[in-house]
Write a protein that binds this ligand. Structure first.
Ligand code: ATP
Ligand code: MG
Length: 279
C-alpha cells in the first residue's frame, strides 16, 4: 500500500529523513517510534503531500505521492501533531468545512458527519466552538475530520499526546475498531505502551533512518527477551539475555538490588536509538 524507497529530505544541513526505505501493507497498524527530531513528522508530511522529498520515490496504492497529489490527498487522512482546527468555528462547522473542501455531496457529507460525531462521541458537543473543547475532545474531532472523506489510509502524528489514561484508551479503542474495519493506520507516538498495544509492526527511526523494524515481540527478541536491571553505585544498569535461565544466572552474581523482568518496547527504544542510556 505504501512504498517508500531511498527517500531523503534535508533542511539546510539537517538531514531530517536519510535514504529511508519502508513498505507498509494494506490493513496494517504500523507504529513509527523515535526520539525528538528523528524525522517522524517530516516523513508523514512527505507522505501526505505537505512537503516534498529531495530524492527517492514514494507511492500509495501505486500512485506517485509527489506527482498524483489529487489521488493521494483523497486517499489519505491526517491527524497532525499540532492541533489545526478552526477554533472560531463549531465542531459541526469544522467538519462541514472539511467536507466542502473535499467536494463531498451535501447528502453524503451530512450523513457521514452524523456518523462520525456519534463514533467519536461528540454529538452533544456539535454546537460548541472548537476552541472551547478539552484536549481529548479536540483530538477526537481531529480524528473525525481526518475520516470524513473516507480515506483508505490514516496517518496519526502523536494522536494521544497530553491526554489522560482514560481518554487515551478511548482513542485506542476508536483506532482499533477503524483498523478492524479495514483502515490502514500509520501512527507516531512517544508512548511506547501505545505502540505495543496497537501496532502489528513498529519501526524505530533515529536521525532519519530506520534502525529496527518488526513486530513488538520481534523487536524485543532482537535485544534479548529478558533483562536484569540493577543499581551500580547510583547508575541503573540493564543487561539483556535471550532466556530467563541466563538472566537468573547473571542476577545471582549481583549483590545490590536486582530485578529480572521481560524486556519491553521501551527497553528496545532506549537500547537502539541514540538517547543516552546507562550501559
Ligand atoms: N520546516 C523545517 N525547517 C527546518 N528544519 C526542520 C523543519 N522541519 C523539521 N526540521 C528538522 O528536521 C528534523 C526532523 O524533525 P521532525 O519534526 O520530523 O522530527 P520528529 O521525529 O517528528 O520529532 P518529534 O518527536 O519532536 O515530533 C529535526 O532536526 C527538525 O529540527
Ligand atoms: Mg513530530
Amino acid at each position: 500500500m505504501i512504498k517508500i524507497t531511498g527517500v531523503t529530505k534535508r533542511y539546510g544541513k539537517i538531514v531530517a529523513v536519510n535514504n529511508l526505505d519502508l513498505h507498509i501493507e494494506k490493513g496494517e497498524f504500523f507504529g513509527l517510534l523515535g526520539p525528538n527530531g528523528a524525522g517522524k513528522t517530516t516523513l508523514i508530511k512527505i507522505l501526505t503531500t505537505l512537503s516534498r522529498p529531495d530524492s527517492g520515490t514514494l507511492t500509495i496504492n501505486g500512485h506517485d505521492v509527489t506527482k498524483d497529489l489529487v489521488h493521494v490527498k483523497a486517499s489519505v487522512g491526517l491527524v497532525p501533531q499540532h492541533t489545526n482546527l478552526d477554533m472560531e468555528l463549531t465542531v459541526w462547522e469544522n467538519l462541514e468545512l472539511h467536507g466542502l473542501l473535499f467536494g463531498l455531496p451535501k447528502k453524503e457529507r451530512r450523513q457521514t458527519i452524523e456518523e462520525l460525531l456519534t463514533f467519536t462521541e461528540l454529538t452533544e458537543h456539535r454546537q460548541r466552538l472548537a476552541g472551547s473543547l478539552s484536549g481529548g475532545m479536540k483530538r477526537r474531532l481531529l480524528i473525525a475530520r481526518a475520516l470524513l472523506h473516507r480515506p483508505r489510509l490514516l496517518f496519526l502524528d502523536e494522536p494521544t499526546i497530553g491526554l489522560d489514561p482514560y481518554t487515551r484508551r478511548k482513542i485506542w479503542d476508536l483506532l482499533k475498531s477503524m483498523n478492524n474495519a479495514g483502515l490502514t493506520i500509520l501512527l507516531t507516538t512517544h508512548y511506547i505502551e501505545e505502540a505495543a498495544a496497537l501496532c502489528n509492526r513498529v519501526a524505530l527511526i533515529d536521525h532519519g533512518s530506520i534502525v529496527a523494524l518488526g513486530s513488538p515481540s520481534e523487536l524485543k527478541n532482537m535485544i534479548g527477551s529478558y533483562v536484569v536491571v540493577y543499581d551500580d553505585q547510583g547508575v541503573t544498569r540493564y543487561n539483556f539475555f535471550s532466556d530467563r535461565e541466563a538472566a537468573v544466572d547473571f542476577a545471582r552474581q549481583i549483590t545490590q538490588n536486582v530485578t529480572i523482568r521481560e524486556t519491553n518496547l521501551e527497553d528496545v527504544f532506549l537500547r537502539l536509538t541514540s538517547h543516552p542510556v546507562a550501559e
